[in-house]
Design a protein around this ligand. Structure first.
Ligand code: ATP
Length: 468
């Protein structure tokens, strides 16, 4: 099926429905930072909750951490970021713009957008030079040279520097993991494509510490587990792939890395990296700090530096992938009648709908009185009160029922519960299902249990055709 989700449509929907706004928009925006509105917050939180669920609730060999964004500057010396966290940058002497030298083929010349930078007759690019992506700031009131600190460019180093603390207090032994979600900052040379590449973003990273000889098998385990996570949450399998890095792509510390890639409107792009980092990080921090960062096995009396397998994902990038994957436009039978039944079919109309996995949907249920009179709002509010403690529920009485359904479709609400005149007679309501548009009449008693069980059921994208 042709994909209808262009990046422009996604950006427009996000703004229209209050998912994501350009940051400081009233001042003209700030290069590539974004603010999440109400539905965006709920949605991204659900993505993060699902990650925590997979890392913590469904396993007992991983513990959580929330380390500081500002860390001792030696952290970044030891990790190699100060010397080597760079991207190659070129300037154009004609237009004065800067570009990432290894991304020129994906970029447009500002003077002649049909060409890539360097291809136009007027382009005059400098030689590539290394640009460090870490943001610098100053700690304390005196701005002297010793006060320079960095906004972390990844959450992982906060985990490595806490290895000893966690080992002591968690009563874990390898293989075990430390997981963290938090903000990271990179002064990207050419950010863009909405929240795909921004300068401030959230990462979901887990460092899994293993006995050295078990590293290859855990690397395989985490590649599998992370692919399954995206599939279980509904990403279409024909839009998802795992790509093993070639030897010349590998970071100096990594013996193997694979990327989970998604077919975004901009083409196949990285969603998450899974790397076998060996003992590089713990060895470096041990050297720089003077602390022993190793594990002593009391049974075998062996002392060793664990090796690390790291699945590193972006919360914003994953959220964008789920959005793109869910976006659909289709013709549907009219549901716009304001009469006394919620299901009147009146000619066709177009709808935009987010076919999100119910667990990711920002709102699970919308409760809608068909009319704003005859006691219907009161019953609808009673249902709202009963449901809202169990699932994210919204009440909406404004506008025609068709408009309200369309609005819920656009934010991906899996179920609409409609109160009508029959509800007042027999305490039944209609439940409308987002993807199939099926409506069924059910009793108010037991509605919460029914919806909870449907929300917990396995789900597959209705956009996924065939057996893939
Ligand atoms: P890329 O090659 O796209 O720059 P990377 O390989 O440098 O990414 P990692 O350092 O492996 O990325 O970070 C792990 C994850 O963090 C990425 O897979 C991505 O989901 C997310 N991420 C990295 N940089 C950004 C960014 N600038 N904006 C949004 N998400 C990002």
């Amino acid at each position: 099926m042709a994909d209808l989700a262009s990046m422009d449509k996604i950006v427009a929907l996000c703004k229209r429905r209050g998912f994501i706004f350009a940051s400081s928009e009233i001042y003209g925006g700030l290069g590539s930072t974004y603010d999440y509105g109400h539905y965006g917050v709920l949605f991204k939180q659900n993505v993060k909750n699902e990650w925590w669920r997979a890392m913590l609730s469904e396993r007992d060999d991983i513990v959580a951490l929330d380390s500081a964004i500002l860390q001792h500057p030696r952290t970044w010396e030891a990790s190699g970021h100060l010397a080597g966290f760079t991207d190659p940058m070129v300037d154009c002497r004609t237009c004065g713009q800067r570009f990432r030298a290894d991304h020129l083929r994906d970029l447009q010349c500002p003077h002649k957008p049909s060409k890539h930078p360097g291809e136009g007759p007027q382009c005059d690019l400098t030689e590539a030079r290394d640009f460090n992506l870490m943001f610098e700031t100053t700690m304390g009131p005196v701005k002297d040279s010793g006060a320079t600190v960095y906004l972390r460019p990844e959450t992982a180093q906060g985990i490595f520097v806490n290895f000893k603390n966690v080992l002591q207090f968690s009563r874990k032994k390898p293989p075990f993991g430390i997981a963290q979600i938090g903000k990271s900052f990179r002064n990207e040379i050419t950010p863009g494509n909405f929240v795909f590449r921004t300068r401030e973003f959230e990462q979901m990273e887990m460092e899994f510490f293993v006995p050295p000889d078990e590293a290859p098998q855990w690397y395989e385990h985490w590649k599998r587990a992370r692919m399954e996570w995206y599939v279980e949450l509904g990403l279409r399998t024909d839009h998802l792939r795992l790509r093993e890095h070639d030897a010349d792509e590998l970071s100096h510390y990594s013996s193997a890395t694979a990327d989970v890639e998604y077919l975004f409107p901009i083409g196949w792009s990285e969603l998450e990296g899974i790397a076998n980092r060996g003992d590089f990080d713990l060895t470096q921090h041990a050297d720089y700090s003077g602390e022993k960062l190793e594990y002593f096995d009391p049974q075998s009396k062996e002392r060793y530096v664990p090796h690390v397998i790291e699945p590193a994902a972006g919360a914003d990038r994953a959220t964008l992938a789920f959005l793109v994957d869910a976006y659909d436009e289709e013709d549907v039978p009219g549901e716009g009648r304001t009469g006394d039944t919620p299901s009147g079919a009146q000619g066709g109309e177009q709808r935009t709908v987010l076919k999100l996995h119910p667990r990711l949907a920002p709102v699970k249920v919308a409760v809608l009185p068909l009319v704003r009179k005859d006691g219907q709002p009161e019953v609808a509010r009673e249902i709202l009160a009963a449901l809202r403690g169990r699932m994210q529920t919204e009440y909406d009485e404004g506008g025609s029922i068709g408009k309200r359904y369309r609005r819920q479709d656009e934010i991906g609400t899996p179920f609409c519960v409609t109160v009508d005149h029959q509800t007042l007679e027999d305490r039944s309501v209609t439940v409308r299902e987002r993807d199939s548009l099926a409506q069924e009449r059910v009793a108010i008693d037991g509605l919460g249990d029914l919806l909870a069980s449907r929300l917990a059921a396995p789900w597959r994208s209705p956009k996924l055709t065939g057996a893939s």
